[in-house]
Design a protein around this ligand. Structure first.
Ligand SMILES: [Fe+2]
Ligand SMILES: [Fe+2]
Length: 166
């Protein structure tokens, strides 16, 4: 069960990783159309991904990490949501200056550590009960079937999770 989770989780992070690396390249080539389409794809995937992380995965991991680290992961999400909005603004500008290209590159790179940190959570998921892993997989299915992109999820469905300390 946790293998099935790790595999799906890893595949999603791979897509996000590749999207971010492609985005850096698109900004550096000043290819605003490509940057816009990458950001659109990234927002489509990140919506359901962040959603099931916040609805089930992160709250379940409080029993392992305690609250502080989970709060940090939620803060990462807040920061990433703001960063993606800023990057969308940059991607609409077809004539970025050198400084703006550098800023867009730096901002995109600030998201990368969350991708690798988040993927590493799989090793902790192995210690959750199979009922909890099952429930994470179910909330993942729900999130992908409702399919709200990042901005719609934030505006329409995102709630602060209850982090119950174990
Ligand atoms: Fe993640
Ligand atoms: Fe995350």
């Amino acid at each position: 069960m946790s293998d099935q989770f790790s595999q799906a989780f890893r595949d999603e992070h791979r897509l996000v990783r590749d999207a971010l690396l492609d985005l850096v390249e698109a900004f550096q080539k000043r290819d605003s159309h490509r940057a816009q389409s990458i950001l659109e794809e990234a927002a489509k995937l990140a919506g359901p991904h962040f959603r099931y992380e916040e609805e089930t995965l992160y709250p379940y991991l409080v029993e392992i990490f305690g609250r502080d680290y989970i709060e940090k992961l939620l803060d990462d999400h807040n920061r990433i949501i703001e960063t993606i909005s800023t990057l969308v603004e940059f991607s609409r500008n077809e004539q970025l200056s050198d400084d703006e290209v550098q800023t867009a590159t730096d901002l995109t790179r600030t998201i990368l550590p969350h991708v690798s940190d988040c993927d590493g959570l799989s090793i902790m998921v192995e210690r959750l009960s199979s009922e909890k892993v099952q429930s994470i997989l179910q909330s993942r299915d729900r999130a992908f079937s409702e399919n709200l992109d990042l901005f719609r999820w934030v505006n329409e469905a995102r709630k602060r999770p209850d982090l119950v300390a174990a």
